[in-house]
Design a protein. Structure first.
Length: 368
């Protein structure tokens, strides 16, 4: 996407220009000579000169005011510009949504009365008074004459019991509020274009610069996304014996198709009943020892094995063409002539007797 160029000429600037032009027109009118009356006998009023002076004074005041408005506006534009450049690419951490509210601690402050001790003191004092009178409350709350059971230690204990708390007592500790996961948000966003937002850009020019920045950021995001999609469609390999794959969104390869591993015969020997037997093993086979074939001549692929290998390679090429998604013409599967190794490509040339020429690893082949 091309860069978006927004004009800095805003409504505020247009309004200031109109006020300045009106003040300049009034000033120009004030310096013009007083028009003489064309009616015979009419005289020029002495107030017309005073009106000219007043008109010039008002024009001068308006021009000064226009100069100050322009200066203030340019300062505000500078502040918006500095804010824009200072916050480009920066983010702030926004706390997640509150899940459970905070619960304050239940604290009994120092100096609070200890009701239990006060009740205990009251009971001791009441029983002490009744004991001095020869009376005491029994368990049923009745006044009965009985010997005193109040001892000196009980009186001292009641006297020493504190009536008030001497320090804060935490009955229940405070519970902190819990919040959801926090998130990072850019400092420059479309919210700063909203005039109802107290943090919005002050000037129209600042808003236009912010809008241009946000549009360019969005264009960059789209370009990156397109590049990632193109990379995801790219096939990285489709060689025999390897796995063709695309890169997934998580950066991990996604297999497309396993192309067959062609037999790779190597000469070897093994001992059978104490005698050495020469032969060949396929080092590309899953079970290399089990692929042993006795004989002095390298084994050839069977016709069915050759057809299967050619078909799988062709299928891998078709999948690669689909992944590239470049509108290639459909290819047609053609069997390779005998004597041409699998994987060879037609060069387009022909032998004098009209046979097609194939190439593999910079070597030319002609079918039998």
């Amino acid at each position: 996407m091309a860069d978006i160029n927004l004009s800095p000429y805003t409504a505020e600037q247009q309004a200031m220009d109109r006020r300045r032009k009106m003040a300049e027109a009034m000033q120009q009118q004030a310096v013009l000579p007083i028009e003489m009356p064309t009616v015979p006998g009419a005289k020029v009023s002495h107030l017309q000169g005073l009106a000219k002076l007043f008109q010039g004074y008002i024009a001068g005041k308006n021009l000064s005011k226009a100069d100050q408005e322009q200066k203030d506006y340019e300062n505000s534009v500078s502040e918006d510009t500095a804010r824009l450049f200072a916050n480009m690419g920066k983010t702030e951490n926004i706390q997640g949504e509150e899940l459970t509210p905070a619960v304050p601690a239940d604290i009994t402050p120092a100096g609070s009365p200890i009701q239990e001790n006060l009740d205990r003191k009251a009971v001791i004092a009441y029983n002490l008074r009744n004991t001095k009178q020869g009376m005491r409350l029994d368990n049923e709350g009745q006044n009965t004459f009985m010997p005193s059971s109040i001892t000196a230690p009980q009186i001292n204990e009641a006297r020493d019991l504190p009536s008030e708390t001497t320090e804060d007592v935490i009955n229940k500790p405070a519970v902190q509020a819990t919040y959801g996961p926090s998130r990072q948000v850019p400092l420059l966003s479309a919210d700063l274009l909203n005039p109802t937002n107290p943090l919005a850009m002050k000037t129209g020019q600042g808003k236009q610069m912010l809008a241009q920045y946000l549009m360019q950021q969005e264009a960059q995001k789209q370009a990156i996304a397109q590049a990632e999609r193109a990379a995801a469609l790219q096939v990285h390999t489709a060689k025999p014996g390897e796995t063709a794959y695309r890169m997934g969104a998580d950066g991990k390869p996604v297999p497309i198709l396993n192309t067959p591993a062609l037999p790779k015969w190597e000469h070897t020997s093994k001992f059978v009943n104490g005698q050495e037997v020469t032969g060949w093993v396929n080092t590309n086979a899953a079970d290399i020892p089990g692929s042993f074939v006795q004989g002095a001549v390298k084994p050839e692929m069977t016709e069915s094995q050759r057809l299967d290998a050619e078909a799988k390679i062709f299928a891998g090429n078709v999948e690669a063409a689909k992944a590239q998604d470049v509108g290639r013409k459909p290819v047609v599967f053609e069997r390779l002539p005998k004597g041409v190794p699998i994987g060879a490509k037609r060069t387009g040339g022909k032998t004098p007797d009209g046979k097609d020429v194939y190439e593999l690893n910079n070597k030319k082949y002609v079918g039998d």
